[in-house]
Design a protein around this ligand. Sequence first.
Ligand SMILES: Nc1ncnc2c1ncn2[C@@H]1O[C@H](COP(=O)(O)OP(=O)(O)OP(=O)(O)O)[C@@H](O)[C@H]1O
Ligand SMILES: Cc1ncc(C[n+]2csc(CCOP(=O)(O)O)c2C)c(N)n1
Ligand SMILES: [Mg+2]
Ligand SMILES: [Mg+2]
Ligand SMILES: [Mg+2]
Length: 328
Amino acid sequence: MSIQDEFSFINQIKPTTVHHEKTLITGIGDDAAVYIPSPNQSQIICTDTLVEEIHFTSQTMSPFQIGYKALAVNISDIAAMGGNPLYYLVSIAIPSSWSEQDLIEIYAGMSELANSHRVDLIGGDTVSSKDSLMITVTVIGETEEGRQLLRSHAKSGDVVFVTGTIGDSSAGLELLLSKGRHGTFNSNEDFLIKRHQYPNPQVKIGRFLSKLKRVSLNDISDGLASESNELAEASQVTITLNANLIPLSKELVSCDSEGAIEKALFGGEDFELVGTMSMDEWESIQQDGRLQNLIKIGTVSSGKPEVLLQLENELITLEKKGYNHFKK
Ligand SMILES: Nc1ncnc2c1ncn2[C@@H]1O[C@H](COP(=O)(O)OP(=O)(O)OP(=O)(O)O)[C@@H](O)[C@H]1O
Ligand SMILES: Cc1ncc(C[n+]2csc(CCOP(=O)(O)O)c2C)c(N)n1
Ligand SMILES: [Mg+2]
Ligand SMILES: [Mg+2]
Ligand SMILES: [Mg+2]
């Protein structure tokens, strides 16, 4: 049975502690939230939605994981701008088949990630839904004025990098769709499933990149092919990726060596970052040990906005193919 009334529900999910006490004037409980933006910072705001049967099913994700991921995908967009997340709002449409306990679990999942990134829940909306559960999270963050990392910042001569292994989430999803989350998995499979259920937004690396001279950046929600094409389009450059350089986890290769590269390119939901910086800056961070976990996967050149993939001795065009809500 769903929640009895939204007012007692809101009271239950209202946070009892606040991370940004000095700047949050009012959070949950009034017509809107009010906060004081920090001086000399630009405000960053983004929103993304998860829908039952599209982004998760009862077989792929627990309520706790749904909450965790709904916030994670949004913090990932703040990371992709080089920002620091501060506040979040949650709008949830609830079908009667979901119990109050399930909903409390969704909020517990969000709250776990929120605490580790020190973000405060400051508002939202609660409505009923006929069929699917839908959860929309909005995150507000900030970055030093003029330091946002835009998709349009790539230039000819740049190095293309990613922040971690790609394709794991897609392999995890495949396992979950075939065996269900209560199935039996070996340790490699378990790693891949966790990569799908608990994305790790790369805020620390985004913040580091925001201190560099010029970085273009995007987070990988729809797959490396799609996100690189977005960088190429926004910057009007050609991106050439080298298939041999794309980092694949040993867990992915051991579970699916044949399909690994396909999953990395077109699978999506990795929530790692892909971006570019000048060769000079790349070499300097490599020399002074500030490279962090960045992995070079290609280069940028002038030319028509497209993505090419060096695959053994072949150079192929990498279409903007990946997850698309309206093309199946
Ligand atoms: N329905 C909409 N109305 C207004 N703006 C939108 C809408 N949908 C997307 N946008 C805007 O379009 C741009 C691209 O959004 P998109 O959702 O593709 O990016 P993303 O969040 O990085 O990707 P993903 O949703 O796959 O995580 C953003 O500026 C976003 O705010
Ligand atoms: C049950 C189930 N089926 C398929 C998928 C795959 N999937 C759904 S949305 C998306 C792209 C990111 O979404 P968005 O573009 O909305 O950010 C991907 C790869 C899934 N997660 N669960
Ligand atoms: Mg979006
Ligand atoms: Mg994004
Ligand atoms: Mg997004």
